[in-house]
Design a protein around this ligand. Structure first.
Ligand code: SAH
Length: 372
């Protein structure tokens, strides 16, 4: 096994006080928007009108808001829909089924989102932070450190923008409606807890308050911040929790997911089982398959013992090697044996498809390439 020096990590470290963006409609619920509109000297019903354009019709251009008097249009768009995300690059691959967007934020930070089309659904992968403070050594975002938390609207706007791309019919071979959201882009969503939960509320609120997605179709992926998992379990939400385990033993997980130095495998799994008990939702266990690092048969067996008889599903992710990394994906026969052992232990297991590789699709690589 490759041995790395342990990376110290402080999960409670606040994001550097970087400039947050201007306020935006998606930062507020409908009542908050009505109050804001009233402050701007407009009738409260304008909040619903602008919300219908933004969330219902996926329109943000004031010219297209023809039900508003023209002077009001400009004022409300200016105050409620400031530009948060400026596309730097938009790329498509997998014959048009995958679209990746790299955005520049108002302070120059770069984040990315990916839209993935399937025959029956369209999924968007969102970023929750600019950079990430969790320092997982195999992850491109983890190498760069944390710049700042994204605002609620910066998170939501990624989904609304890409829902518009889907609605234009640009995702080949897929329905034109965004149906799923995964928080698997840049950042640790549970380290930006309040804004991420507010963003989820916008995503699931019916139009015109929000995008009207199903809670069950939203997945929050975490390194395993135990108190935040417990807190999420106590919200009246039933989103899917994905836990980035990557190793079944503390010795290796301390290296691969440095926050494990604070909350051990047994503690993080306990929190996951509490989440299952509170929400009735099956937990997804993420496991990047890294050649000769975490892919040994004995680790599959140990993982199988930890998960058998639990409401859990294992998602094996072929490692996407980051530039300059000495790690590689596990060979297919090794991966197959890992799957076989987990299934033999009664654990439901699948291997994630690897979308967007040719456009640095996964794991912070596009932003990393742009920043070089
Ligand atoms: N911070 C959250 C969400 C972001 S990453 C988390 O860690 O869960 C989403 C998933 O991609 C995580 O399981 C993460 O460990 C995994 N990942 C990151 N870099 C990867 C890489 N180079 N190859 C494969 N999976 C990777």
């Amino acid at each position: 096994m490759t041995s790395l020096p342990l990376t110290p990590v402080n999960p409670d470290a606040p994001a550097r006080r970087a400039a947050m963006p201007p306020r935006h409609l998606a930062d507020f619920d409908l009542a908050g928007r009505q109050a804001l509109v009233a402050e701007l000297g407009e009738p409260r019903f304008r909040a619903r009108q602008v919300s219908t354009h933004y969330f219902g019709r996926l329109v943000r251009d004031p010219e297209q808001m023809t039900d508003l008097p023209s002077a009001t249009r400009e004022k409300l768009a200016d105050q409620l829909l400031p530009t948060l995300l400026t596309p730097v690059r938009e790329l498509a691959c997998d014959d048009g089924a995958t679209h990746k967007a790299l955005w520049r934020l108002h302070d120059g930070s770069l984040v990315e989102s990916v839209l993935m089309g399937y025959p029956d659904r369209v999924t968007v992968c969102l970023s929750s932070q600019a950079g990430c403070g969790m320092a997982c050594p195999f992850c491109a975002t983890g190498q760069a450190g944390l710049t700042r938390n994204l605002s609620t609207a910066e998170i939501v706007d990624q989904a609304v923008y890409l829902a518009g791309v889907a609605a234009s019919g640009a995702v080949a071979g897929s329905p034109p409606r965004l149906s799923r959201v995964v928080f698997m882009g840049m950042g640790e969503p549970l380290a930006n807890y309040n804004r991420v939960v507010a963003a989820i509320r916008r995503l699931v609120a019916p139009a015109p308050e929000g995008l009207g997605l199903s809670q069950r179709h939203i997945t929050v992926s975490t390194v395993g911040l135990v108190p935040a998992i417990r807190r999420l379990a106590s919200e009246d939400l039933s989103v899917t929790l994905a836990l980035s385990l990557h190793a079944p033993d503390d010795e290796l997980r301390d290296e691969l997911v440095p926050v494990n130095q604070r909350w051990k495998v047994s503690e993080v799994l306990e929190a996951a089982w509490e989440y299952v008990a509170r929400t009735g939702r099956r937990v997804s266990i993420e496991y990047a398959m890294i050649k000769d690092v975490n892919d040994q048969p004995w680790r599959a067996d140990l993982l199988g013992r930890l998960l058998s008889d639990r409401l859990a599903h294992v998602n094996l992710i072929p490692l996407n090697p980051t530039p300059g990394s000495r790690w590689d994906a596990s060979p297919k026969p090794v991966e197959r044996e890992f799957v076989r052992r987990l299934r033999a232990a009664g654990v439901s297991t699948t291997v994630r498809d690897t979308r967007g590789r040719e456009i640095d699709g996964a794991c912070g690589q596009l932003a990393a390439a742009e920043g070089q």
